[in-house]
Write a protein that binds this ligand. Sequence first.
Ligand code: PLP
Length: 478
Amino acid sequence: MGLDIKELIAEREIERYRLHSSYLNEQMVHVLKTIGFDRRYQRGVGQYLYDERGEKYLDLLSGWGVFAIGRNHPTVREALKAVLDSELPNLVQMDVSVLSGVLAERLLGFAPHLDKVFFSNSGAEAVEAAIKFARTATRRPGIVYCSHAFHGLTYGSLSLNGDPNFRADFGPLLPECFEIAFNDLAALEQALASRPIAAFIVEPIQGKGVIIPNDGYLQGAFELCRKYGTLFIADEIQTGLGRTGRFLASEHWGIEPDMVLLAKSLSGGHVPVGAVLTHKWVFDKVFNCMARAVVHGSTFSKNDLAMAAGLATLQVIESERLIDKSAQVGKRLLHSFEEMSRRHELIKSVRGKGLMIGVEFGSPRSPKLRASWKLLETASNGLFCQLIVIPLFNDHRVLTQVAGHGSHTIKLLPSLTISDEDCGWIEQSFEAVIASAHRTTGAVWKLGKTLISNTVRARSTHQLHDRGSLALADGIIE
Ligand SMILES: Cc1ncc(COP(=O)(O)O)c(C=O)c1O
């Protein structure tokens, strides 16, 4: 008898939070219940989620950026079904597959200055490969990364993480990894000049906080890397595949990185996959003889389902012109948020490219509002943003997240498929919630009081990690 997955889900649905509390991450269940995000979603279609009551939500997280083409896209589903129906040999290992060859060829078509592709199972694994390749290719140990960087949570990638909250208690990390400030060329030059540095790794737009590089920063960093014989690695795991209105965000600044890392959206949201795109000479140093043909790799990378998901995703991005769409829709939203910032003093700045947008809040000028802000931020740094995120979700069914620990920035990372109507939904809901946050007697600040007392209570009972408190619900991974 086969396994009836639909029946299994229907039967056990009622137990989902208990199962997670018992067997998985109990703290995640606490977070969801504390902020009222426990909605028992039943379906995901495109940019929308549907809960058990059939309520429709607009998802601006897109699974931390994996659903660039939306959830359950028919082209990806058809490609995956076709792979299963074809009884392909898959993962023979002592063979090479067609689909991985074709996907590599197609990806390199988007980065024609590069020649080779290494496939992994996740973003962090692509980062791990890049670290190993850079060290082998240059015969140097050092890796330079930026403050606030996020490259994943495995040991190598965690060693390049610019947020102490993620690193704490996990040491010792990889040696010879050096942090410098983002946007600081002098710091980069000093780091490159003082030691043998294999690679400088950078997100062209930093995901934590949506930090855009200053004019000339990435070009300057690229030139410095050339000057010191250091490889320039662009981590485009979040920014790649059209997210910022170009296939690669590096293109905005005319950079041709020595390595480009991709993952997230390439999966079509269905089958995890990552990729390192690089020069032939780098590959030739790593895989330099037959005895080293499998010196780096992993069992499941290049599996047919992942390769088919990648190919189908690229096809959708092209056929639906999602890169242009991301640029245009992003421009509209950015403009709307800039307009909003003129009306609302709590908005400090608005940043973004394409459909990667950050709305940053800051301490207001008006004395009464300022006092309320201070109270909340004293209880927990970054707590103010929950005053926006929670009503956006509860009152407007718009799912967002804070862009990092202690951050005052809410990040929008929707599917690139969002419509004009969705933009109206976003604009009206943000406007309503932010306007209400300017009235200290309104519902938003009543929620603020509840959050402060929850935070204090959670700290005392250790329900939530005392360092992060409610900010635990902030950009946990992406
Ligand atoms: C820029 C960047 N690099 C690397 C990663 C790690 O990817 P993964 O979670 O697939 O390991 C992420 C994940 O959020 C990311 O945003």
